[in-house]
Design a protein around this ligand. Sequence first.
Ligand SMILES: [Fe+2]
Ligand SMILES: [Fe+2]
Length: 258
Amino acid sequence: MGPHAASRPLTLSEQADELEEKMMNELNDKIATKSALFAMADGSLGYVGGAELQARNPGKYFLMGADPRLPKMPDKPTLIDFFKHRFVSMNHLLQSATLALKAGHEEKVVLACLLHDVGVAGFIRCDHGYWGAQLIEPYVDEEVSWAVRVHQALRFFPDESAGYKYPDMYLKYFGPDYQPEPYIVDEYKRARSHKYYMTARLICVNDIYSFDPDAKVNLDDFVDIIGRNFKQPKEGLGFDNTPSSHMWRTLMWPTRFL
Ligand SMILES: [Fe+2]
Ligand SMILES: [Fe+2]
């Protein structure tokens, strides 16, 4: 039993205190901070400044590194480590890549399918194609990152000749009247005449949510393709000074104060 071993039930504020205490213990007495964007996800612009946060947690310093509530990352993390310890919807990515592999597509296409939703899997939904492409851009062939970027737009536009129709899922998710915004329409128009159009289109063709509920998908099946097509930096992702290193670090340490 905790500090409240009395027979009466805990009041709400005692429960909150206990939860906070438990959280602090797990955080090794550091204060984890929610960024403005995390609060906005709860519909709030309620920013709490550093001084006030520390006043609420007397004697504690802010977390400036790994959040011990999250799985531990190695010192020199690889893409595989992010798949295992940070990406929350790995199965969808593995299913898409498995489909592409079975269809006999070249490795660039398989990798593009494997990475197409890393934006959603590890970062943010809004404009996930753009975020995902930016994240991987320094490490993959430009064809792969280009395709990841524009698959977001192409998903809204059918191409029957390539075997892609407007997804039933989108009708269900967004309603029959949903129209993509002009920037998505423009992206689609630019993509149509681009030399890598088919690569992005193949992401859409393989972008389905379940092809066989019993199908076994395994990250191990893609380790070699990743090894040949994703330039893993020797310093580890996040520590290699590329234009997206900071994004990998943020994925690693999402609750650092700065
Ligand atoms: Fe996507
Ligand atoms: Fe997807």
